[in-house]
Design a protein around this ligand. Structure first.
Ligand SMILES: C[S@@+](CC[C@H](N)C(=O)[O-])C[C@H]1O[C@@H](n2cnc3c(N)ncnc32)[C@H](O)[C@@H]1O
Length: 288
């Protein structure tokens, strides 16, 4: 099995949960799902007696649950199954609890794969029984894989005919792209070994000869608190954005100053005294 840390845990998990609340990211992704998924479901489910869904890096499962409930309401007579690949035990437990308290999900059979997607790939190949899927999603998780093209190619190979792979990722125009590429050497030292934005993923998809539709979701994140030293929430956000345990303890003063300057002047706009970081997302719907 791989030596990578098993998904989000500790301060990283705390930072992620704070980020989710502060950014309203799930609301934004749910808006996209509302706009696009109903039409896709009609196409995906045509002439199929069962629809199988795979979530990769599903976290606490909030978006998975949302997608599954839409599928269920659009396809009331079609049996659904859900496979979940998520290495964090804590987040998988959150997801299982969410399933237990959501009546519409209780009849869907879930298979839990509490492991990284690399270990899932290894296991599938070793066992040789490739379950195939009608809809696979990788929402804000590809940052953590070592080999993007290989991972995309593997999960794409699990699609049935007339099916879709949804990738949601930080946009190539986003502040994340500027931050992580400017400070690649200093930041890509932990679970993210090489930062890539949606622009780089599109290059891989083109090289793999895969067809996709692209949807850009422009949005900002208020990071004003990051510029008040001593603001706990500001530091938690900085930690999450730079993958540090404690920004001010882990990085040299020069590096801290450089990152703060870049965040303010190259990744954000200032409106009415608020510093708004470019937090745009790209959704790629890859065809089977
Ligand atoms: C930013 S979170 C996104 C979670 C969820 N998709 C969402 O949008 O709320 C990234 C997720 O990827 C998981 N993860 C980290 N490394 C992974 C890997 N190698 N394979 C699969 N999932 C991974 C983390 O544990 C975490 O749940």
């Amino acid at each position: 099995m791989s030596e990578k840390p098993p998904g989000y845990e500790g301060r990283n998990l705390l930072g992620f949960q704070f980020y989710l609340k502060h950014s309203e990211e799930h609301k934004v992704i749910q808006g996209f799902v509302d706009r696009v998924l109903p039409g896709e479901i009609n196409r995906i489910a045509q002439r199929k007696s069962q629809v199988d869904i795979l979530g990769v890096g599903s976290g606490g499962g909030e978006i998975d649950a949302y997608i599954l409930s839409i599928m269920k309401s659009k396809l009331p007579a079609t049996p659904l199954s859900a496979d979940i690949v998520e290495p964090s035990i804590e987040l998988s437990d959150h997801f299982k609890a969410l399933v237990r308290r959501t009546p519409s999900l209780q009849k869907i059979p879930f298979s839990w794969h509490t492991m990284t997607c690399e270990d899932y790939e290894k296991q599938v190949k070793e066992k040789g029984n490739m379950k195939r899927f009608d809809f696979i999603h990788m929402i804000q998780m590809l940052y953590y894989v070592n080999d993007y093209p290989r991972t995309i190619q593997f999960f794409h190979s699990l699609l049935k005919d007339n099916s879709k792979l949804l990738i949601v990722h930080e946009a190539e125009t986003s502040g994340w792209d500027t931050l992580w590429k400017t400070y690649r050497d200093e930041l890509c030292t932990k679970t993210i070994s090489d930062y890539k934005s949606a622009g780089d993923i599109k290059v891989h998809l083109d090289q793999l000869g895969l067809k996709y539709d692209e949807h850009l979701i422009p949005r900002t994140l208020d990071i004003t608190a990051c510029f008040t030293k001593g603001d706990d929430m500001g530091e938690l956000l900085l930690d999450f954005m730079t993958e540090q345990d404690h920004f001010y303890q882990s990085l040299t003063p020069e590096l801290q100053a450089g990152i703060l300057d870049l965040l303010r002047n190259r990744c954000s706009t200032e409106i009415d005294g608020r510093i708004l970081f470019d937090n745009s997302l790209t959704c790629l719907l890859v065809h089977s």
